[in-house]
Design a protein around this ligand. Structure first.
Ligand code: TRP
Length: 446
């Protein structure tokens, strides 16, 4: 089987493209707002460094050593019980599941690019109404843009690692960073920047409860694209003798920096032109457009650019959510890349239609169970259950199952004296943290 290999910079951009997504620009600012800013940011930074970074290295290592799709990699690497371990590779399924709603949200963003070209809502109330109308009453708009997202994502996947994924990331990632930096530079000139800075870096511990820690760990996983074979599958296309630690460092660094830059910028705008750090998922789709309106003409330009950047972030993550299963069908069933891409695309596209319907008035009552819509269920089951389980499994796999000498021979030269600390984190800190997160997110503890 011939495998196209990433270039060094191509790999880092593709892996960073996977990590930098809706999680950074949409989710991180609003959960930071919910948990009162600074203290939450500190906890998040701590978890990214201690848990996220270790698992990132572990997941990349599995892909790098296995060099195949996630299922086969586990099967090859497990020293015993191969038939059992191969099921760990089915964490790749979580990517397809996430895509069921991720593609719909990318569709919303497309819609916001188009509508921001002509009009912005003049008040928060109006912005809220616009968003809610789209979400609960406008099936066709959501359907059309979900279709556009499906076609674009599937097209890139059919082009493969080099000509599709690497190429896309080499263009969209620099563009995304440029747009964000440009808008960030503007935010720096506003009086309220210091207020935003204070909000994000000066801890107010009163808003922090045990839940904040759990949310921070869960988010660290999601934002770094861990726990579903994405980093693993990309790493299988790394050149031999690649430096995993260096790559992992860059991905974590870029992901964290972009989340913080986006947060500082958004909070500055919201302090200056809006209602302050908005809470909840409506931050980007409701509070922000209303703040852009207040900025005048530059707000119009910023709105369009911002949603373009958000779309780029979403698209580069989306391909990484589907690629692991595409690779699986190519490797194990000898499907052509074209067939595998289209089949996986159709899977999330068709089920995604039900995710849209589950928010539409009149249809939602058939697609809601226990006060969560199908849309919310998919998010919940993947983020709260599937990712932490996969994280736990990978930590145990590298920490206990694979022979230490084998891990050491590859990682010791790269990690040096930090090797033991990394290994310890995988063996003890990470599994315990993942277990606690899972239990509490499932509502057992809280
Ligand atoms: N990291 C992306 C974000 O922040 C989402 C994502 C892409 C992801 N690939 C993943 C999450 C793999 C978990 C696993 O939006």
């Amino acid at each position: 089987m011939k495998i196209a290999r990433f270039s060094r910079i191509g790999f880092i951009l593709a892996a960073a493209g996977s990590a930098v997504g809706l999680g950074n620009i949409w989710k991180f600012p609003y959960i930071t707002g919910e948990y009162g800013g600074g203290a939450f940011v500190l906890i998040y930074l701590f978890t990214v460094l201690v848990i996220g970074f270790s698992i990132m290295i572990a997941e990349m290592l599995i892909g790098y050593m296995g060099r195949r799709d996630s299922v086969t990699s586990f099967e090859i690497l497990a020293p015993h019980h191969k038939q059992l371990w191969k099921y760990a590779g089915f964490q790749a399924l979580a990517g397809l599941f996430i895509m069921i709603y991720y593609s719909v949200v990318i569709g919303w963003i497309f819609n916001y690019i188009v509508t921001s070209l002509s009009t912005l809502p003049s008040t928060v109330a109006q912005a809220e109404q616009t968003f809610n109308t789209m979400l609960h009453a406008d099936f066709w708009t959501q359907f059309e843009y979900h279709t556009v997202a499906f076609i674009g994502i599937t097209y890139v996947l059919t082009k493969g690692i080099k000509g599709g994924i690497e190429k896309m990331n080499m263009i969209l990632m620099p563009a995304l960073m440029l747009i964000l930096l440009g808008m960030f530079a503007y935010a720096l000139t506003l009086d309220t920047f210091s207020q935003a800075f204070h909000f994000m870096f000066f801890p107010d511990w009163s808003k922090i409860d045990s839940n904040a820690f759990v949310v921070a760990v869960g988010h660290a996983f999601f934002t770094l694209s861990l726990g579903m074979g994405a980093m693993m599958t990309y790493s299988a296309s790394l050149e031999k003798n690649s430096n995993i630690v260096q790559a992992a460092f860059w991905v974590v660094f870029l992901d964290t920096t972009i989340a913080i830059v986006a947060g500082l910028m958004l909070f500055t705008f919201l302090y200056q032109y809006g209602a302050g750090p908005a809470k909840g998922p409506g931050l980007v789709f409701i509070s922000l457009p209303a703040a852009f309106y207040e900025m005048g003409i530059i707000g119009n330009i910023f709105a369009v650019l911002f949603f373009i950047a958000l779309a780029f972030a979403g698209l580069t993550s989306a391909v990484s959510l589907v690629e692991p299963m595409v690779q699986y069908f190519i490797d194990r069933f000898s499907w052509s890349r074209l067939k595998a891409s289209i089949m996986m695309g159709l899977f999330f596209y068709l089920i995604g239609i039900f995710a849209i319907l589950s928010n539409i008035e009149g249809a939602s009552e058939y697609l809601t169970w226990g006060n969560k819509s199908f849309f919310d269920w998919v998010d919940y089951v993947t983020a709260a259950i599937m990712l932490p389980i996969a994280g736990l499994i990978m930590a145990v796999f590298i920490g206990f199952v694979i022979e230490k000498s084998k891990v050491e021979s590859i990682m010791k030269p790269q990690l040096g004296f930090a090797f033991e600390a990394w290994y310890f984190s995988l063996r003890y800190i990470t599994p315990i943290a993942m277990f606690v997160v899972m239990l509490s997110l499932m509502g057992v503890l809280s």
